[in-house]
Write a protein that binds this ligand. Sequence first.
Ligand SMILES: Cc1cc2nc3c(=O)[nH]c(=O)nc-3n(C[C@H](O)[C@H](O)[C@H](O)COP(=O)(O)OP(=O)(O)OC[C@H]3O[C@@H](n4cnc5c(N)ncnc54)[C@H](O)[C@@H]3O)c2cc1C
Length: 380
Amino acid sequence: MSDPLIDPEHAQFVESVRRFVDSEIIPHATSWDLEERYPQQLLREFGNLGWLGVSVPESYGGSGGGSVLYALLCAELARGSAAIALGFYVHTALASSALVHLGDEAQRKRWLPGAMSGERIGCWAYAEPNAGADVSTVATTAARDGDQYVLNGTKMYITNSPFADFMVVVAATHPELGLKGLSVFVVDADTPGVNVAAPLKKLGMGASEMAEIVFDDCRIPAENRLGPEEAGFIRSLKVLTLGRIASAAFGVGLSRAALQESQNYCAQRVQFGAPLTANQFIRFTLADMATRLEAAWQLTLHTARLADAGQPHDREASMAKLFATETATWACERTLHLCGAQGYMKDSAAQRFYRDCKVLEIGEGTSEIQRETIARQLGV
Ligand SMILES: Cc1cc2nc3c(=O)[nH]c(=O)nc-3n(C[C@H](O)[C@H](O)[C@H](O)COP(=O)(O)OP(=O)(O)OC[C@H]3O[C@@H](n4cnc5c(N)ncnc54)[C@H](O)[C@@H]3O)c2cc1C
């Protein structure tokens, strides 16, 4: 989908990403999904292409492309493979963004260059067996002991953790303070006391890898704490809005892929003596898909532009994430339906989209959490 209002430099960038996605990702997306492995060399290649530093300011060695460019990139990657986009987003919008926004100068110098080159891949470890939508229930502790912290606890569903080099971990420094007692730490994956279990089996996003991490008396230097000891995590929730913009862009990318798949199938499939696209029901479904997709994209782009202009965008980020991800779920279900039995086969793209889309409504704040945020801003 071209957008005449996009900056010409951005349009040129998107064109090069599109070519890469068409030639290097789409042809392999289904086999990576079925093999359930993340092609890690792609992340290193993204580093060579400068994509891992797109959202990092130039002053920290990134390209300073900002949220709009990041959203354009995420939408294109998700059009090729939502699972590849997921691994990219966890590394950039969560792990690297935490370094940018919560870290001090020394911490950025220490960890950002490797993260941007793709030499060192990051993960974001917040969720736990008993901490999901309710962020105040994190039970992993980080107890101060001289110039170290000692981490104990279990993180669950952590994307990229099976191959991550560093982990950005949310842990309680003052458990009695609940949400206000949570802090954020960088942990090198080879630190003694870090135990990453075997990758978990999932419904979708087959090509992304996630696992449980157990911290067992894991000692890290005190200088690995990002931001203040108290309310460090609250600060991260305020500054890491890029994650919601990325999730919205994933919804857009996946919906684009679904619309294209529906169009291709319905145009070539002949039933009752004519292509399926001769039926008004099919034509109207495709028209509805295109309309909802455009609305989702404009909401995402609007939020990214507000972010780049330094304007408040918390409400818009929740709206974009909510609308674009629910649009993707709807569009992917319709695509599976329109592609009939062929779409239901394990090697079809339609069934992959159908399995991949749902998690976009669950991660990065569920749809209910986004509705809560929006309602709060309405003053109700
Ligand atoms: C593929 C995948 C990748 C992931 N990657 C990561 C990762 O890299 N790092 C990480 O930290 N986590 C990751 N997660 C976990 C993710 O953070 C959690 O799934 C998310 O926080 C939601 O928590 P939960 O799944 O435990 O849902 P629960 O908290 O158990 O909620 C279940 C349902 O109840 C609803 N609900 C809960 N409270 C309310 C309420 N007050 N009002 C109305 N509805 C409510 C929720 O919206 C949801 O629909 C991943 C999950 C998946 C599936």
